[in-house]
Design a protein around this ligand. Structure first.
Ligand code: IPM
Ligand code: MG
Length: 369
């Protein structure tokens, strides 16, 4: 069996401490489940700025392009607030997404039974929730040209960004959403602002045409992105798969994250197109950020990062059995009452990042006997 190459980029803030727990689970999978990994590590974000003067070095970029999967922690922090805009920590992450052509960002929001009460919404609104947000990740206003801040003189400046999408960009991400829906609840809701933006009108028309041509068996609906934001908190269970652009996807996925009780629970997968061998470039990362306020204190929730590795098992290594095992271990530990601070509720046992890791490993051992 060939070894899979994994590149770990822990990044900044709580990134390194949550990724330490991921490393333990990787080693467990290698030891107990007949999987072989060669793991290398690199720097991205603020730590790369400190070491190399850039948020992502060309060498690390090349390693990421060659890896079977990249596992990322988080980037950014107040220490680098002052650096110039194109050299900020986030630019490292955006470069990875762009150069790896990771156009499809999968952000599942699943409410675990044990955490129903951790949500700020009523239990009946979120119990059993399982939605998948498919966010376009390499286009739109994040990368559109022209962009910049212009000096108009007399103390007046002008900031410009461009929202732009082409038909192939819309089609390829919509295709991912339709294919995923077929394996789930068979429903796609496409979100844009066609009432205000031409790019939204094009998005709507291209998704509609693709649906008519290739995916008539899937139920398609359209919603304005602002209405979708409202419906996500009013009645989130009406959704199965949501497909939307880069910026709306950024916002709606943070909102969906909180339905689950904590943003510390949400994993994500960013996928490129399949090559001739069916292999996709892929990057897996928690939806949460670097949380500098709690970094280095062993209190962060490692579950989003662990579940992101679970997505790697599922989407990059075709090991859904092991991914299910990891999901199950997380569920059982939560059922047993262990909680990191972010998901703590009365009567539960508060634990640290590393103790959460210990518990999940112990549960994995138990599950395989
Ligand atoms: C996310 C983050 C990033 C984004 C930042 C860190 C650049 O918010 O992955 O959702 O805006 O895409
Ligand atoms: Mg975001």
């Amino acid at each position: 069996m060939a070894a899979y190459s994994l590149l770990m980029l822990p990044g900044d803030g709580i990134g390194p401490e949550v990724m330490r727990q991921v490393r333990r689970v990787i080693d467990w999978m290698a030891r107990r489940r007949d999987l072989e990994f060669t793991v290398s590590e690199g720097l991205v974000g603020g730590c790369a700025i400190d070491a190399y003067g850039v948020p992502l070095s060309d060498e690390t970029m090349a390693q990421a392009l060659a890896a079977d999967a990249v596992l990322l922690g988080a980037v950014g922090g107040p220490k680098w607030d002052g650096v110039s805009f194109d050299k900020r920590p986030e630019a490292g992450l955006l470069r990875l997404r762009k150069e790896m052509e990771l156009f499809a960002n999968l952000r599942p929001a699943v409410v675990f039974d044990a955490l129903v009460d951790a949500s700020t919404l009523k239990p009946e609104v979120v119990r059993g929730l399982d939605i998948m947000i498919v966010r376009e990740l390499t286009g739109g206003v994040y990368f559109g040209e022209p962009r910049g801040i212009e000096d108009l003189g007399n103390g007046i400046r002008r900031g410009v960004n461009t929202q732009v999408y082409t038909t192939p960009e819309i089609q390829r991400v919509a295709r991912v959403a339709f294919e995923l829906a077929r394996k789930r609840g068979n429903k796609v809701c496409s979100c844009e602002k066609r009432n205000v933006m031409e790019s939204g009108l094009l998005w709507n028309q291209d998704v509609t045409a693709l649906h008519a041509a290739e995916y008539k068996d899937v139920e398609l609906s359209h919603m304005l992105a602002d209405a979708a934001a409202m419906q996500l908190v009013r009645n989130p269970k009406q959704f199965d798969v949501i497909v939307t652009d880069n910026l709306f996807g950024d916002i709606l996925s943070d909102e969906a994250a909180m339905l689950t009780g904590s943003i510390g629970m949400l994993p994500s997968a960013s996928l490129g197109a399949a090559d001739a061998n069916g292999r996709r470039k892929a990057l897996y990362e928690p939806v949460h950020g670097s949380a500098p306020d709690i970094a280095g204190r062993d209190v962060a929730n490692p579950i989003a990062s662990l579940l992101s590795f679970g997505m790697a098992l599922r989407y990059s290594f075709d090991r859904s059995e092991e991914a299910d095992l990891l999901d199950k271990a997380v569920q059982n530990v939560l059922k047993g009452g262990m909680r990191t601070a972010d998901i703590m509720s009365p009567g539960m046992a508060r634990c640290s990042t590393s103790v959460m890791g210990d518990s999940i490993l112990r549960e994995l051992d138990k599950l395989v006997g």
